[in-house]
Ligand binder design. Structure first.
Ligand code: GLY
Length: 370
C-alpha cells in the first residue's frame, strides 16, 4: 500500500530591486541603508585592493551613521573565486558574529560580486546582500541580474546560484581609480550592449570615443545608464536564462574558452572583445550578419583600445577543445548567440542560442583566426 502526500509548494516571489546610479552615490550608501535597513549588521566583503581604496572608507561611513559593520577581505584576483574561499569567508562571517539577520555588502569588481553574492546565497541558507560594483565591467554587467558563482578546476562559474541582490549602488566616480587596461576591458561589455540591443548606443560609442577614453563624467554616466537599462530589461524578461538572457553572452562562448586557454590570466573584457570578433565572424559565415557591420563592430572595438586577437597563440584545435568545457556546449554542438544586425540578435526556431557543429566551427575558425 503506497501513501501519497502531496507537498504543495507553488510560490510567487517578488525579487524586484532598485539599481541606483549616480556620481557621488558611494557617500550616500550608509544613509540609504539607515532609511531602508537590510539587517542588524553588515559585512563588507571586498578584495585586498578595494579594501584600501574604498573598503575602510565605507566601513567608517557606516559606523559614522551608527550602523554596525565589519570588513572581510580576500586576495584580489580570479584565483580567489573558488569554494575554499567561500569556506574562508563563512568562517570570517561567523567570527564577526554575522547571523541570519545580517546582510552582506559586496564591494568590488566581478570576482567580489560573484563570490560575495554566492556566499550570501549559502550563508545560513541565504542572507540579503547588496552590490557596490567598482569596475566598469561590474557596473554595467555582473552586479545586476543575480548570477553568482565560483570557478572549479574544470571551468569558470561551474558552481553557482541565481541569487538577486536587494539593491545595486553604482557610482561611476569610483571608476576614476580603475587602471587603464581594466577600464578599457570593461568597455567590451558596453559595445556588447550596442550590438545586441541598441543601435543608438553603438553610434554613441562610435561618436564619443575620446570622451569615453578620457572618462568624461557625463559620458561615463550615459554609457553606464544605457547599459544598465538594457541589462535590467533583458533580466526582467528572462531572469533564469531560458532564452533571451543568453544574448548577454554575446562573444562570451569564445571568450570563456580563451580565458581557459590563458589559465584565467587575461582580462575578461579583452577575451570578450576577441570573442565578439569571433562570434560576429561566425554569424557572417552562417549568413546571419553582413560583413560590413561585422567590420564596423571590429573597428569600434579597436578604436576603443580593445583587442581583436589575444596576446598569446591560439590554435583552432585548442579553441575547439576549450569550447567543449563551457556551460554553453549542449549535446555536442557549441551554442552561440549571433547578431543579425547592429542592435538585434538572430533567432532560429524562436531560440537565441544557435548550435554550431564542430566541423562547421573548424571551417569558420580557420578563416576567422587566420
Ligand atoms: N553576464 C551575463 C548575464 O548576466 O546573464
Amino acid at each position: 500500500m503506497i501513501e501519497r502526500l502531496h507537498l504543495d509548494l507553488r510560490r510567487t516571489v517578488d525579487e524586484s530591486y532598485d539599481i541606483l546610479i549616480g556620481h557621488g552615490l558611494f557617500e550616500h550608501i550608509p544613509v540609504d541603508l539607515k532609511i531602508s535597513p537590510l539587517g542588524n549588521k553588515y559585512a563588507i566583503i571586498t578584495d585586498s585592493e578595494i579594501r584600501d581604496l574604498y573598503g575602510w572608507k565605507l566601513l567608517e561611513n557606516l559606523e559614522g551613521e551608527g550602523i554596525k559593520a565589519c570588513l572581510i577581505d580576500f586576495p584580489a584576483g580570479e584565483e580567489s573565486k573558488n569554494l575554499d574561499m567561500v569556506g574562508y569567508l563563512v568562517r570570517r562571517l561567523l567570527e564577526n558574529r554575522i547571523d541570519r539577520k545580517s546582510a552582506i555588502i559586496a564591494l568590488g569588481g566581478g570576482v567580489v560580486g560573484d563570490l560575495g553574492g554566492f556566499t550570501a546565497s549559502v550563508f545560513m541558507r541565504g542572507i540579503p546582500y547588496v552590490q557596490v560594483p567598482t569596475t566598469l565591467m561590474a557596473q554595467v554587467d555582473s552586479s545586476i541580474g543575480g548570477k553568482t558563482a565560483v570557478d572549479t578546476s574544470e571551468g569558470k562559474n561551474i558552481i553557482g546560484a541565481f541569487y538577486q541582490p536587494k539593491k545595486v549602488y553604482i557610482d561611476p566616480s569610483l571608476l576614476k581609480t580603475l587602471p587603464e587596461r581594466e577600464f578599457i576591458s570593461g568597455l567590451a561589455e558596453v559595445v556588447k550592449y550596442g550590438v545586441i540591443c541598441d543601435q543608438s548606443l553603438f553610434k554613441y560609442l562610435e561618436e564619443n570615443r575620446d570622451k569615453i577614453k578620457n572618462r568624461e563624467k557625463d559620458t561615463l554616466l550615459h554609457i553606464v545608464k544605457a547599459s544598465c537599462r538594457i541589462k535590467k530589461e533583458v533580466v526582467e524578461e528572462d531572469p533564469k536564462e531560458e532564452n533571451k538572457r543568453a544574448i548577454l553572452n554575446y562573444g562570451h562562448t569564445p571568450a570563456h574558452a580563451l580565458e581557459r586557454i590563458s589559465g584565467y590570466k587575461c582580462l575578461h573584457g579583452d577575451a570578450v572583445s576577441v570573442g565578439m570578433m569571433v562570434s560576429g565572424g561566425i554569424s557572417v559565415r552562417k549568413g546571419f550578419w553582413n560583413e560590413d557591420e561585422w567590420n564596423r563592430q571590429n573597428r569600434l572595438l579597436e578604436s576603443l583600445g580593445l583587442p581583436l586577437k589575444m596576446d598569446f597563440k591560439v590554435s583552432v584545435e585548442d579553441l575547439i577543445e576549450a569550447l567543449h568545457y563551457d556551460k554553453k556546449a549542449e549535446g555536442g554542438a557549441i551554442m552561440f548567440v549571433l547578431p543579425r544586425r547592429i542592435g538585434e540578435m538572430a533567432l532560429v526556431n524562436g531560440k537565441y542560442k544557435i548550435p554550431v557543429s564542430e566541423s562547421e566551427l573548424r571551417t569558420f575558425l580557420r578563416s576567422i583566426l587566420l
